[in-house]
Design a protein. Structure first.
Length: 185
């Protein structure tokens, strides 16, 4: 079989299956749309627009604009967060969550550390810092203000459809956050 390379893929396909990476971890624009999972529809992933969604999230947090933050999510989006026993369901629930967090940390600032993605899934790392000056919902009830400064790294794995997030899985050190708030020793 002439032209067949590794694992039965023609040589020209095999070269395209390995995207070239830039230093900052984003896919090279020349390789956009060349990744495809067998048996799945051909999804075009635009790293620039996906990174833009995450930059808009960080900008909305820094402006304390819960509506702009929530607008980046689909109406029926689902967000899994370690602070809650059940996932947040719907754009309104996500908006209320970020509103509550911004009220608990009125000087909250965010910095986008990195964004990586493949297919319809994007991973991001964000660094948050702020002073706990308002009530915060916790697993066991409401946490009153502690006036303590916290720094928190959050990793999120988001599934994106078009220009909105349809599912988000957030990961962060909840015990470390509680320790910074003085609730754990």
């Amino acid at each position: 079989m002439a032209g067949i390379g590794h694992i039965g893929f023609p040589q020209r396909w095999r070269k395209r299956a390995k995207p070239r990476l830039r230093r900052r971890g984003r896919l090279d624009p020349e390789s956009q749309g060349n990744l495809r999972v067998a048996g799945e529809p051909d999804r075009r992933w635009d790293p620039v627009s996906v990174e833009e969604i995450h930059r808009k999230q960080v900008d909305a947090i820094n402006r304390h604009d819960a509506n702009a933050f929530a607008a980046l999510y689909a109406t029926g989006a689902v967000a899994h967060d370690p602070l809650y026993a059940e996932p947040l369901k719907g754009r309104d629930a996500i908006r209320r969550d970020i509103e509550d967090f911004l009220q608990a940390f009125p000087d909250l600032q965010a910095r986008l550390v990195r964004v990586l993605g493949s297919g319809d899934t994007v991973a991001s790392e964000v660094e948050l810092s702020g002073t706990h000056k308002g009530s915060l919902a916790g697993l066991t009830g409401t946490i009153p203000p502690t006036n303590r400064r916290v720094q928190l790294r959050v990793a999120a794995f988001d599934r994106v459809e078009g220009d909105v997030i349809v599912e988000s899985r957030r990961y962060y050190d909840l015990a470390g956050l509680m320790q910074q708030l003085g609730l754990l020793s």
